[in-house]
Ligand binder design. Structure first.
Ligand code: FPP
Length: 239
């Protein structure tokens, strides 16, 4: 069960909550409401992301996954795409510098070949430098759930398989060996999955909030966790 301090602040999640995935939506709206550029919204989104990573670590979560950039996000203005990639590079630099302080194993899920060579190199360096840590941070970048499942099946076919099991597919996904998300949080009011973790979310609980991603804070994450603990997960069985 989750643990709280005397003021009611959530300190630790229980062992039955291992993995939270976030669809970080609303950076653009956050900025537009303030008359700022969308890029500024992503800058603030990055700050919120870093705080969320820290808090999720403190809560004792084994895995956190974030949807940073979908395969469809290339359709955005070039300036905005460049900004998101630049923020990410900066984050990776910081991660490389402070790996022992962050104590998180970063992994990228998604198709890498379309990313710049420099970003691809930094990703490999960050993954290598953090591979010894237990807690996992998956960053979904140029990620699409259908593409992931299709690639997994093609991989199995190339390996000579003519029929595949569910376990085979799970084992061929980017998330092989990682527990499925127990909880998926989407900010900014939209209630859809947008091609995120399609296979892995089969039995996930969902928490939707109108809060825009740059405004997400510990209190909102606590609400999501508390909401999760009110659910009865049956995985298709009866109680
Ligand atoms: C969705 O908001 C957000 C994104 C597509 C990018 C997410 C990026 C960050 C949170 C900052 C960078 C973090 C990492 C890990 C790279 P939106 O732009 O779709 O907002 P809107 O729906 O209000 O327009």
């Amino acid at each position: 069960m989750p643990q709280y301090d005397e003021s009611g602040r959530l300190l630790r999640v229980g062992r039955d909550l291992k993995h939270i995935a976030f669809i970080m939506d609303g950076n653009g709206r956050w900025a537009e409401r303030r008359g700022l550029s969308r890029e500024k919204g992503h800058t603030e989104g990055m700050k919120a992301f870093e705080k969320a990573v820290k808090y999720c670590g403190e809560l004792g979560l084994e895995v956190m996954t974030v949807y940073a950039f979908s395969t469809e996000n290339w359709k955005r203005p070039e300036r905005e795409v460049r900004k998101i990639m630049a923020l990410l590079e900066k984050y990776l630099d910081k991660l490389l510098e402070k790996a022992s302080e962050y104590e998180v194993r970063v992994r990228f899920i998604g198709e890498r070949k379309s990313l710049s060579d420099r970003l691809q190199q930094k990703i490999v360096m960050a993954e290598d430098a953090t591979s010894k840590y237990g807690r996992i941070l998956n960053i979904a970048l140029n990620y699409g759930g259908r593409a992931e499942i299709t690639a997994a099946v093609n991989k199995l076919i190339s390996a000579g398989r003519r029929t595949v099991s569910e376990d085979d597919i799970s084992g061929a996904l980017y998330t092989s060996g990682i527990p499925d998300p127990d909880l998926i949080v989407r900010t900014a009011g939209e209630q859809r999955l947008s091609n995120f973790l399609l296979w892995q979310s089969a039995y996930s609980e969902f928490y939707f909030t109108d809060t825009l991603w740059p405004d997400i804070d510990e209190a909102e994450i606590q609400r999501a966790v508390e909401n999760y603990y009110k659910r009865t997960r049956r995985f298709g069985a009866v109680r």
